[in-house]
Write a protein that binds this ligand. Structure first.
Ligand code: NAD
Ligand code: IPM
Ligand code: MN
Length: 353
């Protein structure tokens, strides 16, 4: 098989971890008889400085016919974050109808959780984040700017279609996992319209999936349970904002934001899906060559799996786990390996050394 993948390294450490992932994918493609052709796009804050846009006007159209999109990170302190992200990442997620954001959280072998006495058996769940609507909406605006009547409105949008499709995906995923357990993140005590609606749809779906055990928690106590009882969770479904927060907290209890992977999926495959680490451009460590590439490699693993290269995907995950079990870590995990040294270790493992 030949796959055409659009590569968007983006900014900061995105430009350091993406090329390393390409090396890994190339090694796997040689071993498993598939070809991945990468076409790089310079969409980034650098592009913004040069052209006044994060990507050209037809930027999304250019990505439309790829089999997948592989992205590093977006953001630079010289560009306001809402300009850079709404100029690139968020429009791709929306226009490609990547309405599911799958974010696995797992304590990998050898990594020490900041939580005492936790092992890989205790921390192994998936955050399923609604990725197209919710709290992330353009509806709103400002009035009476600069006067004492100044006001700003930001609307949250939950549609029946949008809520139902994320619920369906989460229930289907929970059904496929051994524990068959789905938890919903809500806040229906404080948010009076949208969150009771979310709960209502969760309940309606739970009737269609009697084999899936369900529970729901308000987001405030849910964050506490992630810390105190991570073993309670199997699949967690949340709105765009709640899913965003939970998917930084989850990797933090599993060692580092640097390991967090994500898949922005258009499950119908009408549009390409996009794979990217959860972390940002990390300006504080960019250029030092010490970014943890695990989140990016794991995202590559999710891409291979989604495209149907199951064997390569399984072997990549095993290689990552073998390297962490060997205590080869970048500084965020307490080690002293560089990004490239970590990559070498994964390549050596894949090559059977
Ligand atoms: P961040 O994820 O970039 O960094 C948070 C902290 O985690 C920093 O201390 C950083 O050094 C560390 N970190 C992150 N990834 C790491 C890795 N792979 N290895 C080692 N350490 C790592 O989040 P932030 O500081 O909130 O945001 C920085 C910029 O990135 C902002 O412009 C923000 O808008 C953007 N951002 C982009 C994305 C994305 O492109 N998907 C995601 C989050 C933030
Ligand atoms: C993520 C990021 C983005 C999000 C930002 C950068 C817009 O935090 O992918 O988690 O909130 O979706
Ligand atoms: Mn985030």
């Amino acid at each position: 098989m030949t796959y055409n993948v659009a590569l968007i390294p983006g900014d900061g450490i995105g430009k350091e971890v993406v090329p390393e992932a390409v090396k890994i994918i190339k090694a796997l493609s040689k071993q498993h008889g598939f070809e991945m052709i990468f076409t790089e796009f310079p969409y980034s804050c650098e592009n913004y400085f040069k052209t006044g846009r994060m990507m050209p006007e037809d930027g999304i159209e250019k990505l439309r016919n790829f089999d997948a999109i592989f992205l590093g990170a977006v953001g630079d302190f010289q560009v306001p974050d809402h300009v850079s992200l709404w100029g690139l990442l968020i429009p791709i997620r929306r226009q490609m109808q990547q309405y599911v954001n799958v974010r696995p959280v797992k304590l990998l072998p050898g990594i020490q959780s900041p939580l005492a006495n936790r092992t890989s058996d205790d921390i192994d769940f998936v955050v399923v984040r609604e990725n197209n609507e919710g709290e992330y909406s353009q509806i709103g605006g400002r009035m009476y700017e600069g006067t004492d009547l100044e006001m700003v409105v930001q609307e949250t949008v939950f549609t029946r279609k949008g809520v139902d499709r994320i619920m369906r995906y989460a229930f289907e995923l929970a059904r496929k996992r051994p524990r068959k357990h789905l938890s919903s993140a809500t806040k229906s005590n404080g948010i009076i319209h949208t969150m009771p609606y979310w709960d209502e749809r969760f309940k309606a779906f739970s009737k269609q999936y009697p084999d899936v055990k369900t529970d729901q928690f308000h987001i405030d106590i849910l964050t506490a349970h992630f810390v105190q009882h991570p073993d309670w969770f199997d699949v967690v479904v949340g709105s765009n904002l709640f899913g965003d927060i939970l998917s930084d907290l989850g990797p933090a209890i599993a060692g580092s934001i640097g390991i967090a992977a994500s898949a922005n999926l258009n499950p119908e495959k009408k549009f390409p899906s996009m794979f990217e680490p959860v972390h940002g451009s990390a300006p504080d460590i960019a250029g030092k060559g010490i970014a943890n590439p695990i989140g990016t490699f794991w995202s590559a693993q999710m891409m291979l799996d989604f495209l149907g290269e199951k064997k390569a995907a399984t072997l990549l995950m095993q290689a990552l786990e073998a390297v962490t079990a060997n205590h080869i870590f970048t500084p965020d995990l307490g080690g002293n390996a560089t990004t490239k040294e970590f990559t070498e270790a994964v390549l050596n493992n894949l090559n059977g050394n």
